[in-house]
Each structure stands twice: as C-alpha cells, then as structure tokens.
Design a protein around this ligand. Structure first.
Ligand code: HEM
Length: 415
C-alpha cells in the first residue's frame, strides 16, 4: 500500500514538474526533461532537499508517517529568514511573514512572546517534545519498567528453586548477639516502609490512566490517584529524611576494602557451603547500601524538582556539565541541549524519576528476598535486632569476633 502511494506521489510530482515547466513556455520540453533527470533519486549526488527547494522531502513525509525521527535542522534553521522580496505577502507559499513561519518560530522557541503573568513557563505556546514524552511515558517506560520488576521476580524464583534457602550450617546455637540497635532498626524500617509506599503509589500514578481507568472507570481512577498523590507527595519526606539518617549511621561500615574483592571472588557464599569472612557489611550489602544512597539521592532530587514544579530545573545545568566533560563526543553523540523549556525540564525530571525508581525497586526486590525467604536467620537482624551466634559467625565472622570481644570487655552478656 505504502509502495503504491509512493509510486503515485512520485508520478504526480514529476507530472506536475513537467507541466509547470511547459507552462513557463520557452524551452519547456527540454527543461522538463532536465528536471526529470535532476529529480531522479537514483542519480549519484542527488540531493532531495535541493530538489524541493529546501522544504520537506517525500522521504521526510514517509519517515514521519512511519514514526521515525527525522533530521529537522532544515526547518529549524529556516526561521525568520525566508525571502520576502517580490512575494505578494502573507499568504504566499514561501512568504517571509507566512503563518507557517510564525508557527515554526513558536515551535522551535525562536519567538518573542510576551506575557503579563506566568514568566518563562507561560511564554512557551508550543512545546515540541511534549508528545514524545507522553508516548514514552505511556509506552516504553511502563512496559520496560514492569518487565524489569517481573524479570527480577522470575530470577529470584529461579534462584530459590536452584539454591533453596541459605541455611545456618550446623543449626542455631540458641545464643544471640545484638546486630542492630533500636535506632538503626527504626531508621531502616522508616526508609523501607516509605520506599514501599512510594513504589506502590508511584506505579499506580503511572499506570492509572492506561490500565485502571479503562477497567474501573475514570471516576474511580481519579479518586484513587488523588489518594496516591497525597500519600506519594507526603511520604517522600520520610524517605528523604531516613535516607540521610541511614547514610550517616552506616557509611563508615560501607567503605570498600580489599576484603570485598575476596568476598566477590568467592561468590559471597551464595553458592556452595563456603562463607567468606566479612566485617559488619559484606560486599553484596555494600552494593545495596551504595545503590540505595546514590539512586535514592537521585530519586529525591528529581522528586523535589517535581514537587516544586518549575522551581528546581536540573537538567539543562547537568547537560552543560556533561558536555563540558566531553562525554557525548566519547560515544559519538551530539552535545546535549544546554537550553530547555521549563516544560521540558519537568518532562525529563518525570522520566528520570521513574527510570531510577524502577531500577531501585528491582534491586530492592533482591534485597527483600535475601532478608526474608532467601537466608535463614537474616530477618532477625532487623526484627528484634538479635541474631544467632552461628549466623553471625557464618556471615560476618570478623564483625562477630570483634563484637564478642567488645561485649565481653564491657560486660554485656550474650542472650
Ligand atoms: C520488607 C522489606 C525489607 C526487609 C525484610 C529488609 C530486611 C533487611 C535486613 C534483614 C537487613 C540486615 C541485613 C544484615 O543483617 O546484614 C537489611 C539491611 C538494609 N536494608 Fe533492608 N529490608 C527491607 C526493605 C528495605 C528497603 C526498601 C530499603 C531501602 C530503600 C532497605 C535498605 C537497607 C539497607 C541500605 C541495609 C544495609 C545494607 C544491607 O544489609 O544490605 N531495606 N534489610
């Protein structure tokens, strides 16, 4: 069908081209034949843009119909400098003051719009990337995000089937030792509880319009999302605060050292019966810690930018730094835009926020697995804080020895 359309269009264009030349009179027939040659895409050095006088080409139109991205620099650079002499005025096909030129200037932000209120945000009348963002948010973001979570659950189920629960070798001793004090456990649970609430309400806000409204109706979706937004916006403060507290509490125990290499080389004791020595946190836990801090920090920043719309633009500045470091060039890419419309800033903040959240949720699913189902005795550490001595010796031998010596010298009895 597309091919047929293409053939029809090409025939039409060449017929009108020849007809126009002939209507000019003079050497019409000869020129018509020459033009047919110039417009032949098969010819070497053929420039389709020159053939349309710098305007759109058939390839552009077809590519856009196929949802492909086109290089539109020929339009961007044509703003405000169209020839004006000898043209009958505003309605001329390529008139300097034609309406299409105004719309193009608005579209590419070359306009001089003045508004009485609303500032930079209100000055943007057409926002070129809006639809691209919307289709990304409703399409790939939801699809790949949910797949990442589903994929992680499948991996964990497979791991459980293959490895089973990591047991305490030789069984529990019945004697316990304090692993995390009350304040540490409370901070962990505020962080965990708020993150889980944020994750659920965030996903609902993302998929509500696409999945909930068609099934349960728009009113039900609206009421639900009003609630999820309220929870999401307010619980975010508990997350940010506990993130800072957890960072301060545990950062000293999470500085990478040589022991971590040994732990990784031995597969962390996840396979087989060997358990490499570890201090308070092993390399796997350090990875979790730094993922939580870095991804959680980035999530918080983009979240703040969304919480205070247009007040905290992050991306133009970040792109400027990335360009100055020459990073895009290293990967053969064009520099990132240093100027962004306020709306574009918000769209990027939303996309980044959701991508980081999905990555972090997938990682945390692994963490929850190992803290509950995956390892015998692990949950106690965050439950009442007391872990069995056999567990402590198996998983954190260096920390255990030190803790025992410290407790003995301070007179703290094992329970
Ligand atoms: C139901 C959910 C969760 C459970 C059952 C759980 C369980 C645990 C347990 C048992 C530990 C201590 C491990 C040890 O003794 O060495 C721990 C540590 C930790 N948790 Fe969670 N957790 C949960 C959710 C979360 C969430 C949502 C976050 C962050 C957003 C988080 C962040 C951490 C961090 C940073 C540590 C220290 C590093 C580590 O042990 O991996 N946890 N968690």
């Amino acid at each position: 069908m597309k091919q047929l359309f293409f053939i029809l269009l090409v025939s039409l264009l060449s017929v009108t081209g020849v007809a126009a030349q002939t209507a000019d009179g003079g050497e019409g027939a000869v020129e018509g034949a020459m033009n047919a040659e110039i417009a032949n895409p098969e010819m070497e050095g053929f420039d389709p843009r020159a053939a349309t006088g710098g305007a759109q080409t058939l390839e552009d139109i077809l590519a856009r119909q196929n949802q492909q991205k086109i290089d539109d620099s020929f339009r961007r650079s044509e703003i405000g400098d169209a020839p004006t002499e000898n043209l009958p005025g505003q309605l001329a096909p390529r008139g300097g003051e034609s309406d299409s030129e105004i719309w193009r200037a608005l579209r590419y932000g070359h306009d001089s719009v003045s508004v009485s209120a609303g500032g930079d945000t209100a000055r943007v009348l057409i926002q070129d990337g809006g639809m691209r963002w919307l289709s990304f948010r409703e399409g790939p973001l939801v699809t790949y995000g949910l797949w990442a979570l589903g994929g992680m659950l499948i991996l964990l189920a497979l791991f459980y089937l293959l490895r089973g629960r990591v047991p305490i070798q030789g069984g529990k001793t019945g004697t316990t030792i304090l692993r995390f004090a009350f304040f540490e456990r409370m901070s962990h649970w505020v962080l965990a509880g708020s993150f889980i609430l944020l994750g659920i309400t965030g996903i609902l806000s993302l998929i509500g319009r696409k999945f909930i409204a068609p099934t349960f109706g728009k009113d039900a979706n609206a009421s639900l999302l009003e609630g999820t937004k309220y929870i999401h916006d307010n619980v975010s403060w508990a997350f940010m605060l506990s993130l800072v507290v957890v960072f301060v509490l545990w950062v000293a125990h999470n500085i990478p050292d040589r022991l971590d290499l040994k732990w990784v080389a031995e597969g962390g004791g996840l396979f087989g019966d060997k358990h490499p020595p570890a201090k308070k946190f092993n390399a796997g836990q350090k990875i979790i810690f730094w993922s939580v801090i870095l991804l959680g920090g980035s999530l918080s920043l983009s979240g703040l930018s969304l919480l205070f719309p247009f007040e905290l633009p992050l991306f133009a500045k970040t792109f400027g730094i990335i360009n100055d470091l020459g990073l895009p060039g290293l990967f053969g890419l064009d520099p990132l835009p240093r100027e962004l419309a306020p709306q574009e800033e918000m769209q990027l903040a939303q996309s980044w926020h959701a991508i980081v959240a999905f990555v972090m949720m997938a990682i945390i699913l692994g963490h929850i697995y190992i803290g509950t189902l995956g390892m015998e005795g692990a949950f106690d550490a965050m439950g009442d804080g007391q872990v069995d001595e056999a567990w402590a010796e198996q998983h954190h031998s260096i920390w255990y020895e030190k803790k025992k010596t410290a407790d003995a010298s301070s007179g703290t009895p094992a329970e």
